[in-house]
Design a protein around this ligand. Structure first.
Ligand code: WT7
Length: 638
């Protein structure tokens, strides 16, 4: 396998081409057939309802439950005693849950949620680290039809509060703390701070994990293990027979404004999409030990740590801690000790391990691996080659999957489960069946091969988002407003002569920092909240490991002057307001920002300057050209 000559493509892809053709020619019967891979209480009346574009609805009238499909279905078979989840803590402790074990815990927790007054439709917020209780709560909430919202444990109390308020969560589940590089992150303390501003939350369940003391507010906070005590192991909670378009979860992601958007997904369409995309891209089997390294706080973890692998009855692995702790071979040691066969991670992680050196990989026997995956940002050919040769020993194809929080699952990706096309390092290859992707120019006309344009998806697909929580207009405007009738993901792309897609980065004010999505506007609003800051502009600067990093240009208010101390203070301020992942790589103080005569900050000029680009583009509208000289001078010393 691996890199095959491109000339062989036509022969090899007959089957893939055929499937893509079928899915696009007659989507209704294609999906009518494929959706039956899952167990439904009631079959849909209509495969796709497009009566209220762009609010497309899939499998309308169908009834289904995610928890039932992930657990009950397997518990009825020999998989009952198969390991469903392997968990490894940063301290080295390991826990294994069979499908039956998970089923028992999920039923107990579903009963617990009901005891806490959670009803179908109520939102449950999960601010939890990478511990087994996180998937358990997700599945329990899904069982009773309570949409859950997972908030990444690296987010700050402000970020948490915003998400609690926007989702109107009734219950918050958190932990005392978790381990990161040998130290405890005190999660409950952060949650407490956010609860001062989050008025919808009635109760808080606290998982004891790190064993640190926490404050418990009488009548509001409850220890999870105590609350669970009276709920026996035989507890059975009947799964809710949910409408296919009942929201399974809300997941917040960054956009081009200061406020994150709550992307929410359906139950039926989402599950069908996650099931088939995983099957097509990775072709899993019952012997697989599946390890997707993403934190469950992101969509990758939702779809391919929890739902995808469990729908397929696979063994999925979760690791709590830092990738290079206590040494840079922690991940390779996990692969060796647990016999991981499918390994799915981000280019950022690969580039970090590349820096540590191949010898850390070579210390371990990685012969169990059969297939590798990449996600989150474009993978540069150098990292691709290293991943392919050093980690995969030239034996394992690299499945580069392009998709987003909004798409629910893979969209453009090699399809090892149909017919593996020759791979080209850096290209996610071709759209999966049912994905009508193209590259268009500014006016929405197809771009010529080899020419950069905008990636668009020309028709709905089952895994698509239902909308933006509480803001239908933002959904319409953001995704369907740029090109008439097309879904616009916000990425630049290029199609080559073979029809392969090359994703070329974001076309909007969104950064991909270490594969995490951060809006420059979020950073700017965090900065201007600080009393010393008058104006701020944030742009992405290429970074050899993280892909890109945020660089902030800051104009101070009267009475404040630039200093190393203030720079540190502002950097800490951003980390506190958003979370450590948003910390700017550099803060550059300037007296003025380049602006147009109508007062708009010229971010493209700043971007060109931090990238060291020779041309700054059209400067005819600039109000004061000396602003450019000042930035240039500042960059030289920075
Ligand atoms: C954005 C979505 C998809 C789960 C993780 C990120 C970028 C994602 C790739 C890839 C090039 C990629 C795009 C996309 N992206 N995968 N294989 N090649 N770029 O989800 O946080 O919603 O971010 O990540 O820019 O739009 P997300």
């Amino acid at each position: 396998m691996g890199v095959l000559p491109v000339e062989e493509r036509r022969v090899l892809t007959a089957k893939l081409d055929e499937m893509r053709r079928k899915a696009l020619e007659d989507p209704e019967s294609f999906w009518d057939e494929h959706a039956r891979a899952l167990e439904w209480y009631k079959i849909w009346d209509k495969v796709l309802d497009d009566g209220e574009k762009p609010f497309y609805r899939w499998f309308v009238g169908g009834r289904i439950n995610a928890s039932y499909n992930a657990l009950d279905r397997h518990v009825k078979t020999w998989r009952k005693n198969k390991v469903a989840l392997i968990w490894e803590g940063e301290d080295g402790s390991v826990k294994k849950y069979s499908y039956r074990d998970l089923y028992v815990e999920v039923n107990r927790v579903a009963a617990l949620l009901k005891n806490f007054g959670v009803k179908k439709g109520d939102r449950v917020a999960l601010y939890l680290p990478m511990i087994p209780e996180l998937p358990i709560f997700m599945l329990a909430a899904a069982r009773i039809g309570a949409p859950f919202t997972v908030i990444f444990s690296g987010f700050s109390s402000d970020s948490l509060a915003k998400r609690l308020n926007d989702s109107g969560a009734k219950l918050l589940v958190t932990a005392d703390g978790f381990w990161r590089r040998g130290r405890v992150v005190r999660l409950k303390d952060i949650a407490d701070k956010s609860l001062e501003q989050a008025l919808s939350v009635e109760s808080v369940l606290v998982v004891r994990h790190a064993g640190v003391d926490v404050a418990m507010q009488e009548g509001r906070d409850y220890w999870y293990h105590e609350a669970l005590e009276g709920i026996g192991r035989n507890t059975y909670v009947e799964p809710e027979r949910l409408d296919s378009n009942h929201p399974l979860f809300i997941l917040y992601t960054s956009g081009t404004t200061g406020t994150p958007k709550g992307i929410y997904h359906s139950t039926g369409g989402y599950l069908v999409w996650v099931y088939w995309t995983l099957k097509w891209a990775f072709n899993p089997n019952d012997e697989d030990i599946w390890w997707c390294t993403a934190d469950i706080g992101w969509i990758t973890g939702h779809s391919y740590v929890v739902f995808g692998p469990l729908l397929h009855g696979l063994t999925t692995l979760m690791y709590e801690g830092a990738p290079d702790y206590p040494a840079p071979d922690r991940w390779w040691s996990i692969i060796e000790r647990h016999g991981v066969t499918v390994f799915y991670t981000s280019p950022t992680a690969i580039r970090m391990f590349m820096r540590y050196g191949s010898h850390w990989v070579e210390k371990h026997d990685l012969s169990s691996l059969r297939i590798l995956g990449s996600v989150g940002e474009p993978i540069n050919p150098e990292a691709w080659e290293w991943y392919f040769k050093v980690v995969g020993k030239g034996r394992c194809p690299i499945i580069d999957t392009w998709w987003q929080t909004e798409t629910g699952g893979f969209m453009i990706s090699p399809a090892a489960g149909i017919e593996l096309v020759p791979l080209k390092p850096g290209s996610a290859t071709l759209p999966l069946p049912g994905v009508d992707a193209d590259v268009v120019d500014d006016n929405g006309n197809p771009a010529k091969p080899g020419v950069q344009g905008y990636l668009v998806i020309k028709r709905p697909w089952p895994g698509m988002l239902l909308g933006v929580w509480g803001d239908p207009e933002r959904y319409v405007k953001t995704y369907w407003g740029r090109f008439d009738g097309y879904y616009f993901p916000g990425d630049y792309a290029m199609k080559d002569e073979d029809g392969y897609f090359w994703i070329l980065g974001r076309a909007d004010e969104v950064l991909k920092v270490a594969a995490h999505r951060i809006g420059t506007m979020e950073l700017e609003s965090a900065l201007v909240e600080h009393p010393a800051v008058s104006e701020a502009a944030v742009v992405g600067k290429p970074d050899p490991v993280k892909g890109e990093v945020p660089v902030a240009f800051v104009v101070l208010k009267e009475g404040f002057s630039p200093s190393v101390k203030l720079e540190e203070e502002l950097s800490n301020h951003v980390a506190e307001v958003i979370g450590p992942i948003a910390r700017p790589a550099a803060i550059i103080f300037v007296k003025k920002l380049p602006k147009t005569r109508s007062g708009k900050i010229m971010r493209r000029v700043l971007k060109a300057l931090v990238r060291g680009e020779a041309s700054l583009g059209d400067l005819s509208t600039i109000e004061d050209p000396s602003a450019v000289d000042e930035v240039k001078a500042a960059l030289r010393i920075a």
